[in-house]
Design a protein around this ligand. Structure first.
Ligand code: HEM
Length: 404
């Protein structure tokens, strides 16, 4: 305006519709909104008028600012069809839905257990687990659902390694986690699997207290955490580390199959894996949107965010911001994608990111080297997408290859 104050655009709703045929790109509308004004009012489905952040620098600033809360009970859900009003508070052990000082206590305890030594240990296990699953896929195919054969079981077993689930209990764990993410499971079956899994974790805590082994959960039993807290944390780690990594692997494979020159580059140059994983994280940003609530009035980007307002932080828009990443809509495994926000930023930045990286750096090159002729077994438009879910990805990825 003439006085140099920020314009106050009409509230928008959160764009969710992707361009047909572009399964890897955010809704085109998000890019327009980011260009107009990287922080702007947004109307939530329950009528609340809060905010939408789409620019890389403002998204990063909000994630790092303690004046913004993560407490679920202060947040409004941004997608239609969700709960109305504010969300239920975080269950015990769920770190993403609480603030300091409770959050800081859990975070310190946990961060001390994701040690370099443990991550190295897990790196050798992921090579074995990856090779085993590729062997099985090769024996049983061609034609496989990459989600069931590879992308889901590999991270599921890695979480079992992390938590110290004994080999004899793994089948039980895997049966329940597979049911949880099965696109064919009925809601009652999923609820039952959730209850059974919580029971498994609780039994595991009791077992580790009695007979500690060399794993993260056993380590945590020496802290002052109660059994309830430990069971909550165990269940939360399972949930936080499984669907995320599984969907990165499956959607990442889909993206590489859709960009054959990039897949060839990765196959030919094992040294490219670290960079490739960062670029896939940026390009795919499977956790599309984060949520925060202002604890006090905050002035940001020339706008006044009032205490109590919910802010939707569009991580997928931020990771395609041309001011941060030149030519952002191109998948380029050789680019320096550092600074992407796919693991979040600030106090809640992903605790499992080193583990997730270890898994992806091994899994992608191994998959594409084992099957040099890997391709989709269906037209790309027939791959079922996890639309409007908290974690984006694919429900199934039918693939095929030439037998030697
Ligand atoms: C938090 C993404 C894998 C454990 C987060 C957050 C994101 C994220 C975006 C921040 C949420 C927020 O700001 O509210 C991912 C992605 C993964 C992945 C994309 C895979 C590619 C894992 C794994 C584990 C894990 C393997 C553990 C085994 C956690 C935990 C938090 C978290 C404990 C909560 C941290 C806190 O609130 O202090 N993750 N994650 N994640 N993640 Fe991950």
């Amino acid at each position: 305006t003439a006085h140099g104050t920020a314009v106050h655009p009409e509230p928008v709703t959160l764009p969710v519709t992707r361009t047909p045929g572009c399964p890897f790109d955010p809704p085109a509308e998000l890019a327009e909104l980011r260009e107009q004004q990287p922080l702007r009012p947004m109307r939530y489905p329950d009528g609340h008028v809060g905010w939408l952040a789409t620019g890389h620098s403002v998204v990063r600033a909000i994630a790092a600012d303690p004046r913004f809360s993560s407490r679920y009970e202060l947040l409004r859900y941004p997608l239609p069809g969700g709960p109305s009003g504010s969300l239920p508070p975080a269950p015990l052990g769920d770190l993403t839905g609480i603030d300091a000082p409770e959050h800081t206590r859990y975070r310190r305890l946990l961060a001390g257990k994701f040690t370099v030594r443990r991550m190295r240990q897990l790196a050798t296990r992921v090579e074995q687990i990856t090779a085993d699953h590729l062997d099985a896929m090769e024996r049983q195919g061609p034609v496989a659902d990459l989600v069931q054969a590879f992308a889901h079981p590999v991270p599921a077993l890695m979480i079992c390694e992390l938590l110290g689930v004994s080999p004899s209990d793994r089948a039980r764990f895997q049966e329940h986690t597979a049911m949880l993410s099965s696109p064919d499971a009925a809601p009652e079956e999923q609820m039952a699997a959730m209850t059974a899994l919580a029971e498994c974790v609780r039994e595991l805590v009791v077992a580790k207290r009695a007979h500690p082994t060399d794993d993260l959960l056993s380590d945590l039993t020496t802290s002052d955490l109660t059994d309830d807290e430990l069971a909550g944390i165990g269940g939360f780690l399972l949930a936080a580390g499984l669907d995320t990594t599984a969907n990165m692997l499956a959607l990442g494979a889909f993206a590489l199959l859709s960009h054959p020159a990039q897949a060839a580059a990765l196959r030919g140059d094992p040294g490219l894996a670290d960079q490739a994983v960062e670029e896939l994280l940026r390009y795919l940003t499977i956790t599309h949107t984060g949520l925060r609530a202002a604890l006090e009035d905050v002035e940001l980007d020339g706008q006044l965010i009032k205490a109590g307002d919910t802010v939707a932080v569009s991580v997928q828009a931020a990771n395609r911001d041309p001011l941060k990443f030149p030519d952002p809509d191109t998948l380029d495994l050789r680019r320096k994608a550092t600074g992407h926000l796919a693991f979040g930023h600030g106090a809640h930045q992903c605790l499992g990111q080193q583990l997730a990286r270890v898994e992806m750096r091994v899994a992608f090159p191994a998959l594409f080297r084992r099957f040099p002729t890997l391709r989709l077994a269906v037209p790309p438009e027939d791959v079922p997408l996890r639309d409007a879910m908290n974690i984006y990805g694919v429900h199934r990825l039918p693939v095929t290859w030439d037998k030697e």
